[in-house]
Design a protein around this ligand. Sequence first.
Ligand code: BTN
Length: 249
Amino acid sequence: MIRRFTWDIVYHETLDSTNSFLYNLLNTDSDLKEGYVLRTGFQTTGRGQIGNTWESTGDRNLLASILLKPDWPVEEQFVISKIICLALVELLNEMNLEDVRIKWPNDIYVGDKKIAGVLIQNVLKGKQIKASIVGVGLNINQEVFYSDAPNPTSLSIELKKKYNVNEILLRLLDKLDLFYNKLLSQQKSEIDNLYKFLLFRRNVNSKFVNSNGETFQGIIKEVTKSGQLVVKRDSYLQQFAFREIKYIL
Ligand code: BTN
C-alpha cells in the first residue's frame, strides 16, 4: 500500500467543534499536514448537517476531524464522503454489527437506527479541493440520548459492550487509508460500486418528501458522481440534491 502520510492524532479534552477548530487552525497554518487528526472528548457546539447540533455526552464517543488534502477537482468532492462512509461501514461490519448501510449522503445506519454521521467541509482553491475536513461522529459508549435526533444508537447499545474510543479511531483510520489508497490508485469504480451496493433502502420502495412538501413513493437506485440521489418514480428517474429530498422513515 502506498502511504502518502502518517496519521498525527491530537487530543483535546473539550472543544467547541473539532470541525470548526480544525478549520480555524488551517486558516492560521495552511501548511498543516495531510493526516492531521483532531479528536476531542466533548464538544460544546458539536455540529451536524444542515445547521443541526451533534449530541455526545462526555468522552463516550468518537468525535474527530481528519484533514485530507486530495487535490481533486471540486466536481469530485463527493468521493471524500464515499470513502469515509465506506471506512465506517467496513469497521462496523468487522465489529460484527449487522445490516450496516449508508443513508445518503452522510449517515451510517444499523437497521433503522443512526450510529454515525459525517460532516465534511472543503476548502477550495479555484476548481480544486485544497483541503478537506472530514468530521466523524461515531456513537460508541453512549446508551441514553437526549436530543430529538431520530433513532440514535451506539456500538454499546447494539453489542452490549464498552469500547476504547482511541482504539476504534485507529481502526477507522486504517480503513480510511485503504479506501483513500484505492482512490489514489485509480480504483474508483470499486468505490462507486461498493457505495451503491451499501446504500440504505436501495431497490426498496420507500416514501419521501421533497422540498415543496410533497410526499411520494420511489426507489433509490444510485448516487451520481456529483453526489445526487437517483430515485425511480413510476417509470422515470429523478435526481435530488441533499436539501431537495427527505426520507420518511
Ligand atoms: C450529521 O449526521 O449531522 C453529521 C454529524 C457530524 C458530527 C461530527 S462530530 C466531530 C465533527 N465535529 C463536529 O462539530 N461535527 C462533526
